[in-house]
Ligand binder design. Structure first.
Ligand SMILES: [Fe+2]
Length: 266
């Protein structure tokens, strides 16, 4: 590899909360055909070619977890030139998802290694509950992987937000054992650079003890920020990009489809 290549950041993409319904063309929240909105997002990724082929999909892949929804999602993702790495959310059935979704360029790995970075994909879902919990095995996986793996930098992905985002209704269904997560991450503070999640259907960025905490807009409907009750925002579908540098820095931002359209015509 050319020495300059080593200094180039590694580009990763996050899409989240695809909420595929049981039948194609079903409309979520009286607003969005979630099949069509996901394809619009994927078309944008495809056409802009960020020099990246890894996409992390952070949960709520199905609106109602049916085999047909997961199989159709796989077919949809199979049509695009990316590697999709998926984890479950509260709307999913983690076992059904694992049995039916993987195939072709779609997989559900727990650990990925890319350049100087190790990526951990955890399951925070609790069957039939909207809130999240990281089981002891998930936290043990973080401990073991970060103890033995030589990569100097780590990112952790799961579905539920680990800190309040300022909307009481969704903060009640956040990750319930965030203290245990952060205690685990603190043991590996020299490596952990960020925690990336879905669930909140909005852009979110904060920091805790030097660790970035990042939420992303959904590929379908967005939630209005800082509301007592669930209110939808009029923002279009979106996604997050992350540039991971060899020195551990993260550059990141979110794109909404209209932004992309404006940039494409500028
Ligand atoms: Fe969701």
């Amino acid at each position: 590899m050319h020495p300059l290549e080593l200094r180039r950041p590694f580009r990763l993409l996050q899409i989240t909360d695809t909420h595929f319904c049981e039948r194609p063309g079903d409309i979520l929240a009286s607003r969005v055909d979630t099949d069509a909105s996901l394809r619009r997002v994927l078309d944008t990724l495809h056409y802009h070619e960020h020099g990246c082929d890894d996409v992390i999909v952070t949960g709520d892949l199905a609106q109602d977890p049916t085999e047909s929804a997961y199989l159709r999602l796989r077919q949809t993702l199979n049509a695009y030139p990316f590697s999709f790495h998926c984890l479950p959310g509260n709307h999913d059935d983690a076992d059904l998802l694992l049995r039916t979704l993987p195939g072709g360029n779609v997989a559900c790995p727990k650990v990925l290694v890319r350049h100087d970075w190790v990526l951990l994909l955890l399951d925070s879902s609790v069957l039939n509950e909207p809130w999240g919990h990281l089981a002891a095995e998930e936290l043990a996986l973080v401990d073991e992987t970060l103890s033995r793996h030589p990569a100097p930098h780590a990112l952790v992905f799961f579905h539920h937000h680990p800190v309040p985002v300022g909307s009481p209704w969704i903060d009640r269904i956040a990750l319930r054992n965030a203290d245990a997560l952060f205690a685990t991450l603190d043991r590996h503070a020299a490596k952990v650079r960020g925690v990336v999640f879905g669930h909140v259907h909005q852009e979110f960025a904060a920091e805790r003890a030097g660790v970035r905490l990042l939420g992303a807009p959904a590929t379908c409907i967005q939630f209005a920020t800082r509301t007592e009750r669930l209110e939808l925002d009029s923002l279009p579908p979106g996604y997050r990009w992350l540039d991971l540098h060899a020195d551990g820095r993260i550059e990141t931002g979110v794109c909404f489809l209209e932004d992309e359209a404006l940039r494409a015509t500028a």
